[in-house]
Design a protein around this ligand. Structure first.
Ligand SMILES: CC(C)[C@H](C(=O)O)[C@@H](O)C(=O)O
Ligand code: SF4
Length: 415
């Protein structure tokens, strides 16, 4: 029987052919935990009698969610992680190095065809590399630290075929917001999503990461971006679904006419074409996160803001997805362009995305954000309104102090 891409990867890690809805015991290639989950993972690992992790070269800890530490409690949790990492000789990225998911990709801790677990829901991001990657709880991760294995109920796969070419000013973020709006927040619960089609083939790695990142916003166990057209700094083998693979459902979209999309408060699936929300007042614009904090995203924003000043009512905050992205943006002048337009750079990390510190909005404020979630209170204030959009839309809206269509700016229809 034919296999989906996901079934192929899981089979290769189970040592036998396995198909959807079966339970597989698999070898895990790599695991990751951040400062929100690693402390509990360490505790569970010790409670389970753990002494040494199964393979210290396969465990990555990242201090990124509240980093540098905003208070004493978190500072002590960071110390706990550093001590454990040192004793176990595992890989540790410290405050300012960047967001866990970006670091995993950038430093080649994940490769196509691998099976990777992370104690963070956006672990699905690595599906952009053609890996099976999924988020697990801290305790589940502790068990993997002991054994190097886990069990997985093989998900059914939803295939999303994207035909056509995106217009200028319309990006991967608009694509994925459109899909989340279409399938809904529980439209893919415990399913895998395979993204394929000519619109995908053209996309850069940065754009593919944006797409896979938001698979979880539909409840998906994993997102998998067809590796056809993927360019990496090393050779890899394409994983292709068999022609007779069985899918839960297949959705085909032509994206040539797609407008920029915006998810309005308070859910990522509350998605509207920008034409329906243009003009909503904005007080804060955030560019960053594991969804859209990469170099390509900073370039998109700089294209719009070059030589201009953001609106006086707007605070624009930027946190590059990693220190490396930040350095590259400094070297190529992007950071200066953005700062001269009035934006403030935070250290690389999760920053305001999850509302732990840095950039918490005020009551009734409107925020345009390049992140992936806009649940009530997500950025730290239940009385604020968060709108999710692409980096280009974030920049255009910062410029005008209201939600603004970047396409109109790029076409010269507005100045
Ligand atoms: C805080 C952490 C556990 C969480 C996650 O799992 O995704 C965070 O990264 C998020 O984006 O909501
Ligand atoms: S940037 Fe936001 S979504 Fe990504 S891992 Fe950090 S908190 Fe989660």
């Amino acid at each position: 029987m034919g296999q989906t891409m996901i079934e192929k990867i899981i089979s290769s890690h189970a040592g036998k052919d396995i198909s959807q809805n079966q339970i597989a015991i698999v070898d895990v290639d790599m695991v990751m935990a951040s400062d929100t989950t690693a402390p509990l993972t360490i505790k569970s690992f010790k409670e389970m009698g753990g002494i040494n992790v199964w393979d210290c070269s396969k465990v990555v800890f990242v201090i990124d969610h509240a980093a540098p530490a905003p208070n004493e409690r978190i500072a002590n949790l960071h110390s706990l992680m550093r001590d454990f990492a040192k004793k176990q000789s595992i890989i540790l990225y410290d405050a300012g190095d960047g967001i866990c998911h970006q670091l995993m990709v950038e430093n080649q801790h994940v490769k196509p065809g691998q099976l990777v677990l992370g104690a963070d829901s956006h672990t699905c991001t690595y599906g952009a590399l053609g890996a099976f990657a999924t988020g697990v709880g801290s305790t589940d991760l502790a068990a993997v630290l002991l054994t190097g294995k886990t069990w997985i109920k093989v998900p059914e796969t939803i295939k999303i075929q994207l035909n056509g070419t995106l217009q200028p000013g319309v990006s991967a973020k608009d694509l994925i917001l459109f899909i989340v709006g279409h399938l809904g927040i529980d439209g893919a619960t415990y399913k895998a999503i395979e993204f394929t089609g000519e619109a995908i083939k053209e996309l850069s790695l940065d754009s593919r990461l944006t797409i896979a990142n938001m698979a979880i916003e539909m409840g998906a166990k994993a997102g998998f971006v067809d590796t056809n057209g993927l360019k990496l700094p090393y050779d890899f083998e394409n994983i292709k679904a068999d022609d007779d693979a069985i899918y839960d459902s297949v959705h085909v979209f032509d994206v040539s006419q797609l407008e920029p999309q915006v998810a309005i408060p308070h859910s990522p699936d509350n998605v509207k074409p920008i034409t329906e929300v243009e003009g909503v007042a904005i007080n804060q614009a955030f560019l960053g996160s594991c969804t859209n904090g990469r170099l390509e995203d900073l370039h998109e924003a700089a294209k719009i803001l070059k030589g201009k000043k953001i609106h006086p009512n707007v605070r624009m905050i930027i946190a590059a997805a990693s220190m490396d992205v930040h350095i590259k943006a400094v070297q190529d002048g992007t950071a200066e362009t953005l700062m001269r337009s009035g934006a403030t750079f935070l250290p690389s990390g999760c920053g305001p995305c999850v509302g732990t510190h840095l950039g918490v909005p005020g009551n009734e404020e409107g925020i345009i954000s390049s992140t992936n979630r806009n649940f009530r209170g997500r950025m730290g204030n239940r009385n604020s309104n968060v709108y999710l959009a692409s980096p280009a839309t974030v920049a255009a809206s910062a410029l005008y102090g209201k939600i603004t269509n970047p396409k109109l700016l790029l076409e010269g229809a507005i100045k």
